[in-house]
Design a protein around this ligand. Structure first.
Ligand SMILES: [Zn+2]
Length: 172
């Protein structure tokens, strides 16, 4: 069964050897970023043979990802380009059962793991644990959501509230 691969810039640059029957998808922003680079063999070849399709995420899926990224405290970790890729990944994973995202970017891998969307690294080993953030008061330990309006202080005891990374196993 042919696989559908969603590629980010790092995966295209790495030029993985992929099945010729595989469907390759990327976003317009990622492709235009690559145009300025020397290494674009895979992208060019795939475009010429119509193996590579350019897709953009739907507005509603992008909004869904934006909301999730804020809710989970990853706003500063993921660029606009990353969020578009994640939105497209979410959209495609709902359309196609055989989607695999190829990316060497740890922040993107991490968020894909949170979304339970399958991914693979091209070069590196890839992330081994999922990192998620929590917001917690250093005084009384009260937990907050990232959407809470706190101005950095606990509403309960007035102590500083800090963003704390937590690690957990990747589950399929
Ligand atoms: Zn407190």
């Amino acid at each position: 069964m042919p696989k559908t691969f969603l590629l980010d810039a790092s995966a295209i640059i790495a030029e993985p050897s992929l099945d010729l029957n595989a469907k390759l998808i990327t976003t317009g922003k990622i492709l235009s970023e690559l145009k300025s680079m020397e290494t674009k063999g895979l992208a060019l070849h795939a475009l010429m043979t119509e193996q590579l399709e350019i897709r953009e995420p739907k507005e509603e899926t992008l909004k869904e990802i934006e909301a999730l990224v804020s809710e989970k405290g990853f706003k500063t970790k993921l660029s606009v380009q990353d969020r578009e890729l994640l939105a497209l990944a979410l959209q495609l994973s709902r359309e196609k059962a055989d989607l695999l995202v190829l990316t060497d970017d740890f922040s993107i891998q991490n968020f894909l793991a949170i979304l339970k969307i399958p991914f693979e690294s091209v070069h590196d080993k890839g992330i081994e644990k999922i990192m998620e953030f929590s917001l917690e008061c250093i005084g009384c330990g009260k937990k907050y959501a990232f959407s809470d309006k706190l101005a950095g202080k606990c509403l309960h005891c007035g102590s500083r509230v800090r963003k704390k990374p937590e690690f957990r196993e990747i589950t399929g």
